[in-house]
Design a protein around this ligand. Structure first.
Ligand code: HEM
Length: 549
Protein backbone atom coordinates (compact mmCIF):
# COMPACT_ATOMS: atom_id res chain seq x y z
CA UNK A 1 0.00 0.00 0.00
CA UNK A 2 2.74 2.44 1.10
CA UNK A 3 4.78 1.44 -1.94
CA UNK A 4 1.83 2.09 -4.27
CA UNK A 5 1.32 5.50 -2.68
CA UNK A 6 4.98 6.36 -3.13
CA UNK A 7 4.93 5.25 -6.77
CA UNK A 8 1.77 7.21 -7.47
CA UNK A 9 3.27 10.33 -5.85
CA UNK A 10 6.45 9.90 -7.87
CA UNK A 11 4.54 9.45 -11.16
CA UNK A 12 2.15 12.35 -10.60
CA UNK A 13 4.80 14.60 -9.12
CA UNK A 14 7.24 13.70 -11.89
CA UNK A 15 4.65 14.51 -14.55
CA UNK A 16 3.80 17.83 -12.90
CA UNK A 17 7.45 18.77 -12.45
CA UNK A 18 8.24 17.99 -16.10
CA UNK A 19 5.17 19.87 -17.32
CA UNK A 20 5.62 22.94 -15.12
CA UNK A 21 9.41 23.03 -15.14
CA UNK A 22 11.30 25.68 -17.07
CA UNK A 23 11.94 25.20 -20.74
CA UNK A 24 15.38 24.40 -21.99
CA UNK A 25 18.14 22.01 -21.06
CA UNK A 26 17.57 22.32 -17.29
CA UNK A 27 14.13 20.72 -17.47
CA UNK A 28 14.30 17.11 -16.18
CA UNK A 29 12.86 14.26 -18.20
CA UNK A 30 9.78 12.58 -16.74
CA UNK A 31 11.85 9.53 -15.69
CA UNK A 32 14.46 11.70 -13.95
CA UNK A 33 11.85 13.73 -12.08
CA UNK A 34 9.93 10.62 -10.99
CA UNK A 35 13.15 8.91 -9.85
CA UNK A 36 14.24 11.93 -7.80
CA UNK A 37 10.81 12.15 -6.16
CA UNK A 38 10.79 8.43 -5.45
CA UNK A 39 14.23 8.59 -3.84
CA UNK A 40 13.28 11.64 -1.79
CA UNK A 41 10.21 9.81 -0.50
CA UNK A 42 12.20 6.71 0.36
CA UNK A 43 14.62 8.89 2.27
CA UNK A 44 11.91 10.76 4.16
CA UNK A 45 9.75 7.69 4.91
CA UNK A 46 12.75 5.65 5.95
CA UNK A 47 13.84 8.49 8.23
CA UNK A 48 10.41 8.79 9.82
CA UNK A 49 10.13 5.02 10.18
CA UNK A 50 13.51 4.48 11.78
CA UNK A 51 13.49 7.63 13.90
CA UNK A 52 9.97 7.86 15.19
CA UNK A 53 8.03 4.69 14.44
CA UNK A 54 10.10 1.51 14.54
CA UNK A 55 11.92 1.96 17.88
CA UNK A 56 8.74 2.90 19.74
CA UNK A 57 6.02 0.78 18.12
CA UNK A 58 7.55 -2.16 16.27
CA UNK A 59 10.95 -3.07 17.66
CA UNK A 60 11.05 -6.52 19.30
CA UNK A 61 13.07 -4.82 22.06
CA UNK A 62 10.33 -2.33 22.90
CA UNK A 63 9.11 -4.32 25.91
CA UNK A 64 12.49 -4.18 27.63
CA UNK A 65 13.03 -1.69 30.47
CA UNK A 66 14.03 1.52 28.71
CA UNK A 67 15.91 4.57 29.96
CA UNK A 68 13.68 7.62 30.12
CA UNK A 69 14.38 11.22 29.20
CA UNK A 70 15.72 10.76 25.67
CA UNK A 71 15.85 13.68 23.23
CA UNK A 72 13.27 13.39 20.40
CA UNK A 73 15.99 13.19 17.74
CA UNK A 74 19.27 12.54 19.54
CA UNK A 75 17.97 9.90 21.95
CA UNK A 76 20.16 9.55 25.04
CA UNK A 77 23.25 10.10 22.90
CA UNK A 78 23.29 13.81 23.67
CA UNK A 79 23.33 13.20 27.43
CA UNK A 80 25.84 10.37 27.17
CA UNK A 81 28.28 12.54 25.24
CA UNK A 82 27.89 15.42 27.69
CA UNK A 83 28.32 13.27 30.81
CA UNK A 84 31.47 11.72 32.26
CA UNK A 85 32.27 8.39 30.57
CA UNK A 86 29.80 5.62 31.45
CA UNK A 87 28.24 7.55 34.33
CA UNK A 88 24.76 7.24 32.88
CA UNK A 89 25.21 3.48 32.41
CA UNK A 90 26.02 3.15 36.10
CA UNK A 91 22.97 5.24 37.00
CA UNK A 92 20.65 3.22 34.79
CA UNK A 93 21.96 -0.14 35.99
CA UNK A 94 21.35 1.03 39.54
CA UNK A 95 17.95 2.65 39.13
CA UNK A 96 16.07 0.91 36.33
CA UNK A 97 14.65 -2.44 37.45
CA UNK A 98 15.85 -4.99 34.88
CA UNK A 99 16.67 -8.64 34.26
CA UNK A 100 20.00 -8.04 32.59
CA UNK A 101 19.07 -5.86 29.61
CA UNK A 102 18.25 -2.17 29.54
CA UNK A 103 17.31 -0.43 26.33
CA UNK A 104 18.37 3.11 25.52
CA UNK A 105 18.56 5.23 22.37
CA UNK A 106 21.73 6.44 20.74
CA UNK A 107 21.79 9.42 18.34
CA UNK A 108 18.90 9.35 15.83
CA UNK A 109 17.04 7.05 18.24
CA UNK A 110 19.11 4.01 17.32
CA UNK A 111 18.36 1.34 19.88
CA UNK A 112 21.14 0.02 22.08
CA UNK A 113 21.22 -2.52 24.86
CA UNK A 114 23.08 -2.12 28.11
CA UNK A 115 24.09 -5.53 29.46
CA UNK A 116 23.89 -5.64 33.24
CA UNK A 117 23.46 -9.12 34.76
CA UNK A 118 26.02 -11.91 35.10
CA UNK A 119 23.78 -14.21 33.06
CA UNK A 120 23.49 -11.81 30.14
CA UNK A 121 27.20 -10.94 30.37
CA UNK A 122 28.09 -14.64 30.31
CA UNK A 123 26.16 -15.06 27.05
CA UNK A 124 27.64 -12.01 25.38
CA UNK A 125 31.21 -12.45 26.57
CA UNK A 126 31.60 -16.20 26.75
CA UNK A 127 29.02 -18.68 25.50
CA UNK A 128 27.92 -16.73 22.44
CA UNK A 129 30.94 -14.45 22.26
CA UNK A 130 31.65 -14.52 18.53
CA UNK A 131 28.05 -13.56 17.73
CA UNK A 132 28.86 -10.13 19.17
CA UNK A 133 31.66 -8.30 17.41
CA UNK A 134 33.28 -4.91 17.51
CA UNK A 135 31.33 -2.71 15.09
CA UNK A 136 33.04 -1.90 11.80
CA UNK A 137 33.14 1.88 12.38
CA UNK A 138 34.66 1.39 15.84
CA UNK A 139 37.26 -0.95 14.35
CA UNK A 140 38.23 1.58 11.69
CA UNK A 141 38.41 4.43 14.17
CA UNK A 142 40.55 2.49 16.64
CA UNK A 143 42.53 0.70 13.93
CA UNK A 144 44.35 3.85 12.92
CA UNK A 145 45.96 4.12 16.35
CA UNK A 146 45.78 0.59 17.72
CA UNK A 147 46.51 -1.30 14.50
CA UNK A 148 44.40 -4.19 13.22
CA UNK A 149 45.92 -6.66 15.64
CA UNK A 150 44.34 -9.16 17.99
CA UNK A 151 42.24 -6.47 19.69
CA UNK A 152 40.32 -5.75 16.49
CA UNK A 153 40.39 -9.13 14.72
CA UNK A 154 37.15 -11.12 14.65
CA UNK A 155 35.98 -14.74 14.42
CA UNK A 156 38.46 -17.43 13.33
CA UNK A 157 41.13 -14.84 12.57
CA UNK A 158 40.90 -13.63 16.17
CA UNK A 159 41.12 -17.20 17.50
CA UNK A 160 44.24 -17.83 15.41
CA UNK A 161 46.00 -14.63 16.43
CA UNK A 162 45.15 -15.05 20.09
CA UNK A 163 46.33 -18.67 20.12
CA UNK A 164 49.69 -17.66 18.65
CA UNK A 165 50.18 -14.76 21.05
CA UNK A 166 49.10 -16.59 24.21
CA UNK A 167 52.52 -18.16 24.97
CA UNK A 168 53.91 -14.66 25.50
CA UNK A 169 51.31 -14.08 28.22
CA UNK A 170 51.59 -17.42 30.02
CA UNK A 171 52.27 -16.91 33.72
CA UNK A 172 55.64 -18.69 33.54
CA UNK A 173 56.71 -15.96 31.15
CA UNK A 174 55.03 -13.02 32.90
CA UNK A 175 56.72 -13.85 36.19
CA UNK A 176 60.10 -13.43 34.46
CA UNK A 177 59.10 -9.87 33.63
CA UNK A 178 58.78 -8.72 37.27
CA UNK A 179 62.46 -7.69 37.41
CA UNK A 180 61.85 -5.53 34.31
CA UNK A 181 58.79 -3.96 35.97
CA UNK A 182 60.81 -3.29 39.11
CA UNK A 183 63.86 -1.85 37.31
CA UNK A 184 61.66 0.62 35.45
CA UNK A 185 59.71 1.40 38.63
CA UNK A 186 63.02 2.22 40.32
CA UNK A 187 64.13 4.32 37.39
CA UNK A 188 61.00 6.47 37.41
CA UNK A 189 61.15 6.91 41.18
CA UNK A 190 64.78 8.06 40.89
CA UNK A 191 63.81 10.56 38.17
CA UNK A 192 60.90 11.89 40.25
CA UNK A 193 63.14 12.10 43.33
CA UNK A 194 65.65 14.15 41.34
CA UNK A 195 62.85 16.55 40.43
CA UNK A 196 62.04 16.91 44.12
CA UNK A 197 65.51 18.42 44.55
CA UNK A 198 66.99 19.39 47.91
CA UNK A 199 63.61 20.28 49.38
CA UNK A 200 62.50 16.72 48.86
CA UNK A 201 59.18 17.71 47.38
CA UNK A 202 57.65 18.78 44.07
CA UNK A 203 54.39 19.07 42.23
CA UNK A 204 53.80 16.54 39.47
CA UNK A 205 51.17 15.69 36.94
CA UNK A 206 50.95 12.06 38.04
CA UNK A 207 49.43 10.81 34.76
CA UNK A 208 52.38 12.05 32.77
CA UNK A 209 54.98 10.14 34.79
CA UNK A 210 52.67 7.13 34.81
CA UNK A 211 52.40 7.24 31.04
CA UNK A 212 56.15 7.61 30.53
CA UNK A 213 57.06 4.66 32.72
CA UNK A 214 54.37 2.35 31.30
CA UNK A 215 55.49 3.22 27.77
CA UNK A 216 59.03 2.24 28.72
CA UNK A 217 57.82 -1.00 30.30
CA UNK A 218 55.79 -2.12 27.30
CA UNK A 219 58.77 -1.13 25.15
CA UNK A 220 61.23 -3.33 27.00
CA UNK A 221 58.98 -6.19 28.10
CA UNK A 222 56.73 -6.21 25.06
CA UNK A 223 58.95 -5.27 22.18
CA UNK A 224 62.51 -5.52 23.41
CA UNK A 225 63.25 -1.79 22.94
CA UNK A 226 63.80 0.83 25.63
CA UNK A 227 62.14 4.05 24.48
CA UNK A 228 63.79 6.00 27.35
CA UNK A 229 60.53 7.85 27.85
CA UNK A 230 61.32 8.35 31.56
CA UNK A 231 64.53 10.18 30.70
CA UNK A 232 63.34 12.04 27.62
CA UNK A 233 59.89 13.53 27.64
CA UNK A 234 60.50 15.14 24.26
CA UNK A 235 61.17 11.99 22.29
CA UNK A 236 59.00 11.52 19.22
CA UNK A 237 57.20 8.47 20.52
CA UNK A 238 56.36 10.08 23.89
CA UNK A 239 54.98 13.15 22.19
CA UNK A 240 53.01 11.07 19.69
CA UNK A 241 51.21 9.08 22.37
CA UNK A 242 50.76 12.19 24.49
CA UNK A 243 48.83 13.71 21.61
CA UNK A 244 46.83 10.56 20.89
CA UNK A 245 45.81 9.90 24.48
CA UNK A 246 45.15 13.43 25.57
CA UNK A 247 41.67 13.29 27.06
CA UNK A 248 39.38 15.47 25.00
CA UNK A 249 35.65 16.07 25.10
CA UNK A 250 34.04 13.98 22.34
CA UNK A 251 33.87 15.92 19.07
CA UNK A 252 30.06 15.88 19.15
CA UNK A 253 29.57 16.93 15.56
CA UNK A 254 31.87 14.17 14.32
CA UNK A 255 30.15 11.57 16.50
CA UNK A 256 26.84 12.67 15.02
CA UNK A 257 28.24 12.58 11.51
CA UNK A 258 29.54 9.07 12.17
CA UNK A 259 25.93 7.86 12.55
CA UNK A 260 25.19 9.06 8.99
CA UNK A 261 28.42 8.82 7.03
CA UNK A 262 30.64 5.75 6.51
CA UNK A 263 33.81 5.87 8.58
CA UNK A 264 36.13 5.59 5.58
CA UNK A 265 34.66 8.86 4.31
CA UNK A 266 34.82 10.52 7.71
CA UNK A 267 38.47 9.66 8.01
CA UNK A 268 39.21 11.24 4.64
CA UNK A 269 37.60 14.59 5.44
CA UNK A 270 40.24 17.32 5.25
CA UNK A 271 40.19 17.99 9.00
CA UNK A 272 43.17 18.95 11.11
CA UNK A 273 42.37 16.09 13.48
CA UNK A 274 42.42 13.53 10.65
CA UNK A 275 45.76 14.81 9.42
CA UNK A 276 47.26 14.72 12.92
CA UNK A 277 46.04 11.18 13.62
CA UNK A 278 47.30 9.90 10.27
CA UNK A 279 50.68 11.50 10.93
CA UNK A 280 50.87 9.95 14.42
CA UNK A 281 49.86 6.57 13.08
CA UNK A 282 52.59 6.70 10.39
CA UNK A 283 55.20 7.54 13.02
CA UNK A 284 54.17 4.60 15.22
CA UNK A 285 54.12 2.26 12.24
CA UNK A 286 57.61 3.26 11.24
CA UNK A 287 58.91 2.63 14.80
CA UNK A 288 57.23 -0.80 14.72
CA UNK A 289 58.73 -1.68 11.33
CA UNK A 290 62.21 -0.82 12.62
CA UNK A 291 61.65 -2.95 15.70
CA UNK A 292 60.59 -5.95 13.64
CA UNK A 293 63.53 -5.64 11.27
CA UNK A 294 66.01 -5.37 14.14
CA UNK A 295 64.47 -8.28 15.98
CA UNK A 296 64.44 -10.53 12.91
CA UNK A 297 68.10 -9.73 12.26
CA UNK A 298 68.98 -10.54 15.86
CA UNK A 299 67.04 -13.81 15.78
CA UNK A 300 68.69 -14.81 12.51
CA UNK A 301 72.15 -14.02 13.87
CA UNK A 302 71.49 -16.17 16.94
CA UNK A 303 69.56 -18.83 15.01
CA UNK A 304 66.53 -18.54 17.29
CA UNK A 305 64.83 -16.55 20.00
CA UNK A 306 67.11 -14.88 22.54
CA UNK A 307 64.60 -12.61 24.30
CA UNK A 308 61.34 -13.20 26.13
CA UNK A 309 59.44 -10.17 24.86
CA UNK A 310 56.07 -10.47 23.11
CA UNK A 311 57.52 -9.60 19.70
CA UNK A 312 60.08 -12.41 19.87
CA UNK A 313 57.38 -14.91 20.75
CA UNK A 314 55.17 -13.70 17.91
CA UNK A 315 58.01 -13.89 15.35
CA UNK A 316 58.99 -17.33 16.58
CA UNK A 317 55.44 -18.63 16.04
CA UNK A 318 55.96 -18.00 12.30
CA UNK A 319 52.24 -17.19 12.05
CA UNK A 320 52.42 -13.48 11.36
CA UNK A 321 53.49 -11.55 8.28
CA UNK A 322 55.61 -8.46 8.90
CA UNK A 323 52.68 -6.13 8.18
CA UNK A 324 50.50 -8.08 10.59
CA UNK A 325 53.26 -7.89 13.18
CA UNK A 326 53.23 -4.10 12.77
CA UNK A 327 49.53 -4.17 13.70
CA UNK A 328 50.15 -6.41 16.71
CA UNK A 329 52.91 -4.14 17.96
CA UNK A 330 50.74 -1.06 17.56
CA UNK A 331 48.08 -2.85 19.60
CA UNK A 332 50.44 -3.79 22.41
CA UNK A 333 52.05 -0.38 22.52
CA UNK A 334 48.74 1.41 22.91
CA UNK A 335 46.62 -1.15 24.79
CA UNK A 336 49.54 -2.05 27.01
CA UNK A 337 50.57 1.35 28.26
CA UNK A 338 47.67 3.76 28.43
CA UNK A 339 45.45 1.39 30.43
CA UNK A 340 47.99 0.67 33.17
CA UNK A 341 49.01 4.29 33.39
CA UNK A 342 45.35 5.25 33.88
CA UNK A 343 45.03 2.63 36.65
CA UNK A 344 48.13 4.01 38.39
CA UNK A 345 46.88 7.59 38.10
CA UNK A 346 43.56 6.71 39.76
CA UNK A 347 45.24 4.70 42.51
CA UNK A 348 47.43 7.71 43.32
CA UNK A 349 44.35 9.92 43.31
CA UNK A 350 42.52 7.70 45.76
CA UNK A 351 45.50 7.32 48.08
CA UNK A 352 46.05 11.08 48.03
CA UNK A 353 42.44 11.40 49.23
CA UNK A 354 42.93 8.76 51.93
CA UNK A 355 46.14 9.41 53.92
CA UNK A 356 45.42 6.50 56.29
CA UNK A 357 45.26 3.98 53.48
CA UNK A 358 48.39 5.52 52.01
CA UNK A 359 50.32 5.14 55.27
CA UNK A 360 49.08 1.58 55.79
CA UNK A 361 50.21 0.67 52.29
CA UNK A 362 53.60 2.38 52.73
CA UNK A 363 54.18 0.43 55.95
CA UNK A 364 53.54 -2.87 54.17
CA UNK A 365 55.80 -1.89 51.26
CA UNK A 366 58.67 -0.81 53.48
CA UNK A 367 58.37 -3.95 55.53
CA UNK A 368 58.29 -6.35 52.59
CA UNK A 369 60.17 -4.81 49.66
CA UNK A 370 63.69 -3.48 49.22
CA UNK A 371 64.15 0.28 48.82
CA UNK A 372 64.12 1.65 45.30
CA UNK A 373 67.59 3.05 46.10
CA UNK A 374 68.95 -0.47 46.23
CA UNK A 375 70.21 -1.01 42.69
CA UNK A 376 71.10 -4.68 43.23
CA UNK A 377 67.82 -5.79 44.80
CA UNK A 378 65.60 -7.90 42.57
CA UNK A 379 62.02 -8.70 43.31
CA UNK A 380 59.93 -11.65 42.21
CA UNK A 381 56.25 -12.26 41.60
CA UNK A 382 56.16 -14.11 44.93
CA UNK A 383 57.30 -11.01 46.81
CA UNK A 384 54.35 -9.13 45.36
CA UNK A 385 51.93 -12.02 45.93
CA UNK A 386 52.75 -11.91 49.63
CA UNK A 387 51.58 -8.32 50.04
CA UNK A 388 47.87 -8.48 50.82
CA UNK A 389 47.27 -4.76 51.19
CA UNK A 390 49.14 -3.83 48.01
CA UNK A 391 47.11 -6.36 46.03
CA UNK A 392 43.92 -5.19 47.71
CA UNK A 393 44.56 -1.54 46.83
CA UNK A 394 45.39 -2.49 43.22
CA UNK A 395 42.28 -4.64 42.84
CA UNK A 396 40.04 -2.05 44.44
CA UNK A 397 41.46 0.71 42.21
CA UNK A 398 40.80 -1.42 39.14
CA UNK A 399 37.27 -2.17 40.37
CA UNK A 400 36.37 1.32 41.44
CA UNK A 401 37.88 3.32 38.59
CA UNK A 402 37.84 0.72 35.82
CA UNK A 403 40.35 2.26 33.35
CA UNK A 404 38.26 1.03 30.39
CA UNK A 405 34.79 2.19 31.48
CA UNK A 406 32.82 0.76 28.58
CA UNK A 407 33.08 -1.19 25.39
CA UNK A 408 30.74 -1.87 22.55
CA UNK A 409 29.62 -4.85 20.49
CA UNK A 410 27.27 -5.45 17.55
CA UNK A 411 25.22 -8.56 16.81
CA UNK A 412 26.90 -10.21 13.79
CA UNK A 413 23.67 -12.06 12.94
CA UNK A 414 20.16 -12.47 14.34
CA UNK A 415 20.53 -14.04 17.76
CA UNK A 416 19.17 -13.89 21.32
CA UNK A 417 20.29 -12.78 24.76
CA UNK A 418 18.42 -14.39 27.64
CA UNK A 419 15.83 -15.50 25.12
CA UNK A 420 15.21 -11.93 23.89
CA UNK A 421 15.54 -11.75 20.09
CA UNK A 422 18.40 -9.48 19.05
CA UNK A 423 18.57 -8.53 15.38
CA UNK A 424 21.75 -8.41 13.35
CA UNK A 425 23.34 -4.98 13.72
CA UNK A 426 21.94 -4.26 17.20
CA UNK A 427 24.58 -2.60 19.31
CA UNK A 428 25.34 -3.60 22.89
CA UNK A 429 27.12 -1.66 25.59
CA UNK A 430 29.14 -3.45 28.22
CA UNK A 431 30.21 -1.17 31.01
CA UNK A 432 32.77 -2.39 33.55
CA UNK A 433 32.30 0.97 35.30
CA UNK A 434 28.62 0.16 35.87
CA UNK A 435 28.91 -3.56 36.67
CA UNK A 436 31.90 -3.08 39.01
CA UNK A 437 29.77 -0.87 41.27
CA UNK A 438 26.51 -2.78 41.22
CA UNK A 439 25.24 -3.27 44.80
CA UNK A 440 23.42 -6.47 43.72
CA UNK A 441 26.86 -7.96 43.03
CA UNK A 442 29.04 -6.15 45.56
CA UNK A 443 26.75 -5.35 48.45
CA UNK A 444 25.57 -2.07 49.89
CA UNK A 445 29.09 -0.55 50.03
CA UNK A 446 29.64 -1.07 46.29
CA UNK A 447 30.08 2.66 45.72
CA UNK A 448 32.80 3.00 48.38
CA UNK A 449 36.51 2.54 47.85
CA UNK A 450 37.30 -0.21 50.33
CA UNK A 451 40.45 -2.32 49.73
CA UNK A 452 39.62 -4.47 52.76
CA UNK A 453 36.91 -6.24 50.80
CA UNK A 454 39.82 -8.09 49.10
CA UNK A 455 41.44 -9.24 52.36
CA UNK A 456 40.37 -12.19 54.49
CA UNK A 457 40.88 -12.28 58.23
CA UNK A 458 43.81 -14.28 59.56
CA UNK A 459 42.91 -17.95 60.04
CA UNK A 460 39.71 -17.50 58.04
CA UNK A 461 37.97 -20.50 56.47
CA UNK A 462 38.70 -21.58 52.89
CA UNK A 463 35.28 -20.32 51.95
CA UNK A 464 35.94 -16.82 53.25
CA UNK A 465 39.43 -16.78 51.68
CA UNK A 466 37.82 -17.61 48.36
CA UNK A 467 35.29 -14.85 48.83
CA UNK A 468 37.98 -12.30 49.65
CA UNK A 469 39.91 -13.31 46.52
CA UNK A 470 36.97 -12.05 44.49
CA UNK A 471 36.49 -8.94 46.62
CA UNK A 472 33.47 -10.45 48.35
CA UNK A 473 31.46 -10.71 45.13
CA UNK A 474 29.84 -14.03 44.39
CA UNK A 475 29.76 -13.83 40.63
CA UNK A 476 32.79 -14.05 38.34
CA UNK A 477 31.15 -11.37 36.25
CA UNK A 478 31.07 -8.79 39.05
CA UNK A 479 34.65 -7.67 38.32
CA UNK A 480 34.71 -6.69 34.69
CA UNK A 481 37.73 -4.42 34.35
CA UNK A 482 39.48 -6.91 32.05
CA UNK A 483 36.19 -8.35 30.70
CA UNK A 484 35.87 -12.13 30.53
CA UNK A 485 36.05 -14.93 28.02
CA UNK A 486 37.86 -15.26 24.69
CA UNK A 487 38.01 -11.47 24.24
CA UNK A 488 39.15 -10.65 27.75
CA UNK A 489 42.36 -8.69 28.22
CA UNK A 490 45.22 -10.90 27.13
CA UNK A 491 47.58 -8.65 29.13
CA UNK A 492 45.79 -8.97 32.49
CA UNK A 493 48.64 -10.80 34.27
CA UNK A 494 51.19 -8.43 32.76
CA UNK A 495 49.14 -5.39 33.79
CA UNK A 496 48.53 -6.58 37.36
CA UNK A 497 52.23 -7.29 37.97
CA UNK A 498 53.30 -4.01 36.43
CA UNK A 499 50.67 -1.99 38.31
CA UNK A 500 51.61 -3.54 41.67
CA UNK A 501 55.36 -2.89 41.15
CA UNK A 502 54.80 0.72 40.09
CA UNK A 503 52.40 1.54 42.90
CA UNK A 504 54.71 -0.08 45.45
CA UNK A 505 57.71 1.90 44.21
CA UNK A 506 55.84 5.22 44.18
CA UNK A 507 54.14 4.86 47.56
CA UNK A 508 57.27 3.36 49.14
CA UNK A 509 59.17 6.54 48.31
CA UNK A 510 56.66 9.42 48.30
CA UNK A 511 53.75 10.79 50.22
CA UNK A 512 51.17 12.18 47.81
CA UNK A 513 48.57 14.84 48.35
CA UNK A 514 46.30 16.62 45.91
CA UNK A 515 47.41 20.07 44.81
CA UNK A 516 43.83 21.20 44.34
CA UNK A 517 41.98 20.26 47.52
CA UNK A 518 38.62 20.71 45.80
CA UNK A 519 39.44 17.54 43.90
CA UNK A 520 39.08 15.53 47.11
CA UNK A 521 35.49 15.44 45.91
CA UNK A 522 35.54 13.07 42.92
CA UNK A 523 32.52 14.87 41.47
CA UNK A 524 34.67 17.98 41.04
CA UNK A 525 37.04 16.21 38.64
CA UNK A 526 36.24 16.47 34.99
CA UNK A 527 36.76 12.98 33.58
CA UNK A 528 37.21 12.38 29.87
CA UNK A 529 38.51 9.71 27.67
CA UNK A 530 38.51 7.74 24.48
CA UNK A 531 39.20 4.13 25.31
CA UNK A 532 40.27 4.91 28.89
CA UNK A 533 38.77 7.44 31.31
CA UNK A 534 41.05 9.77 33.25
CA UNK A 535 41.14 13.30 34.68
CA UNK A 536 40.65 15.67 31.75
CA UNK A 537 43.10 18.24 33.06
CA UNK A 538 45.61 15.82 34.51
CA UNK A 539 46.09 14.84 38.14
CA UNK A 540 48.31 17.34 39.94
CA UNK A 541 49.81 16.00 43.14
CA UNK A 542 52.38 17.22 45.61
CA UNK A 543 54.94 14.46 46.16
CA UNK A 544 57.14 14.51 49.28
CA UNK A 545 60.02 12.12 49.74
CA UNK A 546 59.35 10.16 52.95
CA UNK A 547 62.77 9.65 54.57
CA UNK A 548 64.06 6.49 56.21
CA UNK A 549 63.85 3.98 53.37
C1 HEM B 1 45.13 -2.03 33.94
C2 HEM B 1 45.47 -2.33 32.72
C3 HEM B 1 44.56 -2.88 31.68
C4 HEM B 1 43.19 -2.88 31.60
C5 HEM B 1 42.19 -2.30 32.59
C6 HEM B 1 42.83 -3.55 30.36
C7 HEM B 1 41.54 -3.77 29.94
C8 HEM B 1 41.20 -4.41 28.77
C9 HEM B 1 39.86 -4.62 28.31
C10 HEM B 1 38.60 -4.15 29.04
C11 HEM B 1 39.93 -5.29 27.15
C12 HEM B 1 38.76 -5.71 26.26
C13 HEM B 1 38.44 -4.63 25.27
C14 HEM B 1 37.29 -5.00 24.37
O1 HEM B 1 37.23 -6.14 23.89
O2 HEM B 1 36.48 -4.14 24.12
C15 HEM B 1 41.32 -5.51 26.85
C16 HEM B 1 41.78 -6.18 25.74
C17 HEM B 1 43.11 -6.30 25.44
N1 HEM B 1 44.19 -5.88 26.20
FE1 HEM B 1 44.09 -5.01 27.99
N2 HEM B 1 43.98 -3.92 29.71
C18 HEM B 1 45.05 -3.56 30.48
C19 HEM B 1 46.40 -3.77 30.20
C20 HEM B 1 46.87 -4.41 29.10
C21 HEM B 1 48.27 -4.69 28.84
C22 HEM B 1 49.42 -4.33 29.78
C23 HEM B 1 48.33 -5.30 27.62
C24 HEM B 1 49.53 -5.82 26.87
C25 HEM B 1 50.68 -6.07 27.39
C26 HEM B 1 46.97 -5.41 27.12
C27 HEM B 1 46.62 -5.94 25.91
C28 HEM B 1 45.33 -6.17 25.51
C29 HEM B 1 44.99 -6.82 24.25
C30 HEM B 1 45.95 -7.30 23.19
C31 HEM B 1 43.59 -6.92 24.22
C32 HEM B 1 42.74 -7.55 23.14
C33 HEM B 1 42.43 -8.99 23.51
C34 HEM B 1 41.53 -9.70 22.53
O3 HEM B 1 40.65 -9.08 21.94
O4 HEM B 1 41.72 -10.91 22.37
N3 HEM B 1 46.12 -4.87 28.05
N4 HEM B 1 42.08 -4.96 27.86
Amino acid sequence: MALKLMLATAVLGGAGWTYLGQDGSSRPSFAQAAAVLLLAQVFVYHGIWSLFVYPFWFSPLRHLPTASGGHWLLGHGKKILAAKPAVLFREWALNIPNDGLIRYYWLLNRERLLITSPKALAEVLVTNNYAFQKPENVRSMLGRVLGYGVLLAEGDEHKRQRRNLMPAFAFRHIKDLYPVFWDKAREVVQAMTTECGKLGEAEFEAGEWASRVTLDIIGVAGLGRDFHAIQDDNSDIVQTYKFLFKPRPPAKFLVFLATLVPTWLLQRLPLERNRAIDGASQKIKSVCRDLIREKREKMMAHKGRTDVDILSVAIESGQFTDENLVDQLMTFLAAGHETTSTALTWAIYELARSPEMQTRLRNEIREKLPSTDDADAKITSLDIDHMPYLNAVCNESLRFFSPVPMTIREAAHDTTIQGVPVKKGTRLTISPYAVNADPKLWGSDASQFNPDRWISAEGASDESNKRAASGGAESNYAFLSFLHGPRSCIGMGFAKGEFACLLAAWIGRFEFELVNKEEMDLDKIDIRGGVTAKPANGLYVKAKVVPGY
